[in-house]
Write a protein that binds this ligand. Sequence first.
Ligand code: B16
Ligand code: MG
Length: 215
Amino acid sequence: GLQACLFDLDGVLVDTAKYHYLAWKQLANSLGFDFTELQNEELKGISRVESLKKILTWGGLDFPQERQDELASLKNSWYVEMISEMKVDEVLPGSFELLEELRTNQIKIALGSASKNAQLILDNTGLTPYFDAIVDGNVVSKSKPDPEVFLKGAEMLHISPSGCVVFEDASAGVEAALRATMKAIGIGSPKELSKAHLVVEDLTKIQLKAIQNLF
Ligand code: B16
Ligand code: MG
């Protein structure tokens, strides 16, 4: 049965994608090209360095690794400035209600995010106290769709993957959950997340009963 829930951060609990977009756009513009919100969709769940590589390709540019590292940290400094202003009201609808319900029912809760800034976001939005384990971009070596991020979470909780459910908004994240042999609940479009066991629009549309019914 259900023993633990693992949450992706960006796109599930908070909408940091808009800040990633603004910061990447600023970087692209400074290099002389633009990029669209549609292209930004492709960066969801993808690590910082991999995102930069994609963006440079779209702009028809290539730089030595050293310069790429500089550009990635420049983008990150702008991004961190933006997320430093985040408050509790930026937590997506249904998040606190679901986390409370899980906690009341002794279901363990973990974070499984690609972001190296996850802790700052959780702290600023009041989400930190709900988490029994935090796995973020600082502790994983392989990005989603590799299952490492979720397997590490289950391990930290001392719970077998078969008792875990993952909440994900990115198809790479859903794939990572399936490769970890966990249940996957997609947040967003049923078309893009068709491999998930269940897809809901947002966290207001899911309750403990429906999660338990996946088992
Ligand atoms: P950072 P998630 C991901 O968060 C974002 O979706 C992705 O767009 C971003 O590039 C990645 O984190 C790394 O973020 O630059 O803060 O380390 O969806 O895995 O929570
Ligand atoms: Mg995400």
